[in-house]
Ligand binder design. Structure first.
Ligand code: PLP
Length: 719
């Protein structure tokens, strides 16, 4: 196991017999092993909920008497021993997939990302990109990849969302304390906090290093909140995605340049450097600088760096790409270009982007130029990226632009409901997890009887509804919100009604309001006798995204209307915990991006593996996943020039399919035993076709085979 710490923080006083719970708390392995989670829950269910599933806070607070009691409970101890045994076997396994397949391959893979979504108690992620990075780490751990990740410890995290009576998003600040989290401080040999130094205009900023252990994979976190830095500098890494330019470029310098220095300081010499999105592209400059300082000419250094670099782009629209004005880059980098042996012009040329109004320094262009391995995150997105960046390879045909695609996936053990996992154990064979990317294993889903599948689906929906009602009760009890807000939060939800989920970041292209666009028609569907339909919305808008916040308001105002009968619901504060409840508990997962703006999307995959049927625009991953029998499509693959025409056509398709296909299939075609047999056939088809293909198991193996290994095997390596 790769790890950088020698001692775990010692905050707990635990009975000797169960003192390894402390170790368990400091390795996120427990987050994808339900038996380990249930160990904590068993000790004190309500405290486990109160601490929001945070074992560090939990173990600090749990009464000693309770610990003594479980330490004397034979039943608990046998479960504890089994979990610790599984944990040890996992960490010490010598026969991981990577070792078996590539016994001779040496070297480390470095994976850089601005956000990592690992668990709800670590709000250092904003949305899909972060969850994808987190899932990538968990899967890399499962497969035994020699991978180390680099990101930020945002001390103020991503905000907590509240919705005002009038539907306006309020961003409550978050304050993360490392000693309340499974974050481990790193120290040097003298016991001083480990730091690296990064030059910013007119000063050196110290950056402290922390680590989170994700199974076998360490994640190194950078944090500028260090004594000795100015107050402004201490706040540089406090929050995600500032729209303020100086802050953003400083963060990206800390990630790219500070991140390379951090790995060096930790004695790591990666053979492959993966930039997950362009925010970390400054890493290439630091690595070139190192080589130039050793006497390698710039051209050769740049080639070496490119041969060991992987760049994954996630942005299908030009406007979404990260870029900086030239004057700003000049301010931050003028000192660097002589060190690289470049003139100002040559340096700016590395990432020059022409706009009608002037030039910028583009992070994705820098990454595309200095990484030989480049990919989009779905087949369609690969095509869109080749078109968008064609101008960088003017001699080639569009199809030959060297950007491939690796479609995203989800970490199955993180997102799969435990009960469904048990069903798979029974009908797919106890070792299905070992082979989860093998489509053949999933043929056996057919063996799961309707009754058992339906029972689990109903259980998961009841669990979701009970959870949302409890959240609404707390709002009423503790926050004394207006009663309509309690209704809007879901107290009137019906655990037996056909339930549609729509949860994701509120960006306008995702069109959360599409399903509301003909409100009269929607209302006529929601409250029909004996076939009610309910829709649960959730999602945050970026705090600086005014149109996104207005979209939330538009949805919320409709949710509050009495005539929907409480069947439209908006749940505050979408995060990984709420996401788990929703993707496991609803019947249908709705996604309505304006094509082709959704690079991939992953929440629909989480839903699909849980037997929730996707109902989505043929964009991103669903264009590949949909086969006509495993969910439903909204619209077709028409390319539109006029967004209004596109919205109208998609809305019409949405209502027609909902009314004529989805609702009747759920309610009407019941067999004599009362089960919706055809619905369940679709559920099985969805699980069978989507789980193997859209798991991170398939995805990470693809990164290994098509990107990491070729880069690692290249003889002329930069390390
Ligand atoms: C999976 C996930 C996302 C990504 O959702 P998309 O619909 O793919 O954009 C965003 N936020 C959270 C909390 C998630 O778990």
């Amino acid at each position: 196991m790769l790890s950088f710490f020698t001692d775990l923080p010692n905050h707990f006083s635990l009975p000797r017999r169960i003192n390894r719970l402390g170790e368990l708390a400091y390795n996120l392995w427990w987050t994808w092993h339900p038996r380990a989670q249930r160990l904590f829950r068993h000790i004190d269910d309500s405290l486990w909920e109160e601490t929001y599933h945070n074992p560090v806070r939990f173990l600090k607070q749990v009464p000693r008497a309770r610990l003594n009691a479980v330490a004397a409970d034979k039943h608990f101890l046998s479960r504890y021993d089994a979990v610790m045994h599984a944990y040890d076997r996992y960490l010490n396994a010598a026969d991981t997939w990577f070792r078996r397949e590539y016994p001779d391959v040496q070297g480390t893979i470095a994976y850089f990302s601005t956000e990592f979504g690992l668990h709800e108690t670590l709000p250092i992620y904003a949305g899909g990109l972060g969850v994808l990075s987190g899932d990538h780490l968990k899967e890399s751990s499962d497969l035994g990849l020699p991978l180390v990740a680099v990101g930020f410890f945002y001390t103020h995290g991503y905000f907590t969302q509240r919705i005002s009576d009038d539907g306006w998003q309020e961003a409550l600040p978050v304050n993360l304390r490392y000693d309340d989290l499974p974050i481990i401080p790193l120290y040097d040999a003298d016991g001083k906090p480990l730091t690296v130094s990064v030059e910013l205009p007119g000063r050196e900023v110290q950056v402290r290093l922390w680590t989170i252990q994700v199974g076998r994979v360490p994640l190194v976190l950078l944090d500028s909140d260090v004594e000795g830095n100015s107050a402004d500098d201490r706040a540089l890494t406090a929050r995600l995605y500032s729209s303020e330019l100086d802050l953003r470029i400083s963060q990206e310098i800390i990630l790219g340049i500070g991140g390379v220095r951090a790995l060096r300081k930790l004695g790591c010499a990666p053979r492959v450097w993966h930039m997950n999105e362009g925010h970390s592209a400054f890493m290439t400059l630091e690595r070139i600088r190192e080589l130039v300082a050793q006497g390698v000419p710039f051209e050769e250094a740049a080639e070496q760096v490119a041969r060991s670099s992987v760049f994954t782009t996630h942005t299908p629209v030009p406007a979404g790409n990260d870029e900086f004005p030239t004057w700003l880059v000049e301010r931050y980098f003028a000192r660097l270009w002589p060190e690289l042996g470049l003139t100002r012009e040559q340096f700016l040329e590395l990432a020059r982007r022409e706009h009608p109004w002037g030039e910028t320094f583009s992070m994705p262009i820098l990454a595309l130029r200095l990484a030989e391995y480049r990919n989009g995150v779905s087949e369609l997105h690969g095509r869109v990226a080749r078109k968008m960046w064609h101008f960088l390879w003017p001699d080639r045909k569009e199809d030959d632009v060297p950007i491939t695609h690796i479609t995203n996936g989800v970490h199955v053990d993180t997102w799969l409901a435990r009960r469904l996992g048990l069903l798979f154990d029974r009908y797919l064979g106890a070792d299905w997890r070992e082979h989860m990317d093998d489509p053949e294993i999933w043929e056996q889903v057919d063996r799961i009887p309707d009754g058992e599948l339906w029972a689990v689906r109903r259980h998961l929906k009841r669990k979701l509804v009970a959870y949302l009602r409890e959240r609404a009760r707390k709002m009423w009890l503790e926050l004394r919100v207006h009663p309509v807000q309690v209704v809007a939060a879901g107290v009137l939800l019906d655990p037996y009604a056909l339930t549609i989920g729509f949860a994701r970041r509120f960006a306008t292209y995702k069109r959360a309001n599409l399903v509301l666009s003909d409100f009269g028609r929607l209302l006529s569907l929601l409250n029909r006798p004996n076939m009610p339909v309910q829709i649960i919305f959730a999602g945050k808008a970026h705090p600086a995204d005014e149109p996104g916040k207005r979209l939330i308001q538009e949805v919320y105002r409709k949710v509050k209307l009495a005539e929907n009968g409480g069947r439209l619901v908006f749940v505050e504060d979408y995060d990984m915990n709420l996401a788990r409840y929703l993707v496991q508990g609803v019947d249908v997962w709705l996604n309505t991006p304006r094509r082709p703006n959704e690079a991939s999307g992953t929440s629909g995959m989480k839903a699909a593996i849980n037997g929730v049927l996707n109902f989505s625009v043929l964009d991103g991953w669903w264009r590949e996943g949909y086969n006509g029998r495993n969910g439903w499509a909204i619209g077709d693959e028409t390319d539109y020039d006029d967004p209004a025409a596109q919205d109208a056509a998609d809305a019409e398709s949405l209502y027609a399919v909902l009314e004529n296909e989805i609702i009747p299939l759920y309610y009407k075609r019941r067999s004599t035993d009362g089960l919706p047999a055809e619905w369940l056939e679709r559920v099985r088809e969805s699980i069978r076709t989507i789980t193997p293909q859209f798991s991170t198991r398939r995805m990470v193996k693809e990164y290994v085979k098509t990107m990491y290994l070729p880069a690692m095997r290249h003889p002329n390596r930069n390390s």
